[in-house]
Design a protein around this ligand. Structure first.
Ligand SMILES: Cc1cc2nc3c(=O)[nH]c(=O)nc-3n(C[C@H](O)[C@H](O)[C@H](O)COP(=O)(O)O)c2cc1C
Length: 182
C-alpha cells in the first residue's frame, strides 16, 4: 500500500536571520523524500503577547492562521535554541497561544536540535509539550551541532548529514510513527 502524503509543519524557536535552528529545518525540507512536505512557520515573530482575555472570539487572526496550519499538519517539527537555560520567550509565547485550543493534543512532534548544547531547553520543551498533550516521537530525534560554526562548516556538516542519510533517517522514523497511528 502506498503511504499517504504527509504534511509536516516546522516551528523554529529562533527569530535570527541566520538562525542555525532554521537552517537545520531548511536542510530537512530539502531532504524530504517523495510524499513528505515540510513548511517552515513564519508567523511566530508576528504573534502578539499571549493574553487569555484575547482568546475565543477575540483571538487575533495571526493566531488563527497558526492554529489552522497546525490543524492541517500530520506532525510538527520543533527546532529551538536555549536562552538563559530555558525556552526563548517568543517561542514560549507561541506555545501559550496554543495551550487551550484543540489543534495540538495528540499531534506527533519531533525535535531537530542544531546545537551540541541546549539540553536544558530540550528537557523543558519536552515537559511543556507533553503537558499540552503533544506526542513526542523520541526515536526521530535529530541532533546536528552546527551552532557556532562558520557558514562553510555548517554547509559541510549539513551536506555530510544528507549524504549519510541522517536527515532522511529521522524523517522516515517520524513518518513511520505518524503512519503507524493511522
Ligand atoms: C540571549 C541568549 C541566551 C543564550 N543562553 C544560552 C544558554 O543558556 N545555554 C546555551 O547552551 N546556549 C545559550 N545561548 C546560545 C544559543 O542557544 C545558541 O547560539 C543557539 O545556537 C542559537 O540558535 P540560532 O542559531 O537558531 O539562533 C544563548 C543565546 C542568546 C542569544
Amino acid at each position: 500500500m502506498t503511504p499517504r502524503p504527509l504534511f509536516l509543519y516546522a516551528l523554529c524557536g529562533s527569530q535570527r536571520q541566520v538562525s542555525t535552528s532554521r537552517r537545520l529545518l531548511e536542510a530537512l525540507q530539502l531532504a524530504c523524500p517523495e510524499g513528505i512536505t515540510i513548511e517552515i512557520c513564519d508567523l511566530i515573530g508576528d504573534l502578539p503577547i499571549f493574553n487569555p482575555d484575547h482568546e475565543g472570539e477575540k483571538t487575533p487572526p495571526v493566531v488563527e492562521k497558526l492554529a489552522e496550519k497546525i490543524r492541517k499538519a500530520d506532525g510538527l517539527i520543533v527546532s529551538c535554541p536555549e536562552y538563559a537555560h530555558g525556552i526563548p520567550g517568543g517561542f514560549k509565547n507561541a506555545l501559550d497561544w496554543l495551550v487551550s485550543r484543540d489543534e495540538v493534543p495528540f499531534k506527533p512532534l519531533m525535535f531537530a536540535h542544531a546545537s551540541h548544547r541546549g539540553d536544558l531547553v530540550l528537557e523543558q520543551l519536552a515537559d511543556v509539550l507533553r503537558t499540552m498533550s503533544l506526542r513526542i516521537v523520541s526515536e526521530a530525534f535529530l541532533r546536528l551541532p552546527i551552532a557556532g560554526k562558520s557558514d562553510e562548516l555548517q554547509a559541510e556538516a549539513l551536506a555530510e548529514a544528507r549524504d549519510n542519510d541522517l536527515l532522511l533517517t529521522s524523517l522516515s522514523r517520524f513518518a513511520d510513527a505518524i503512519s503507524a497511528e493511522g
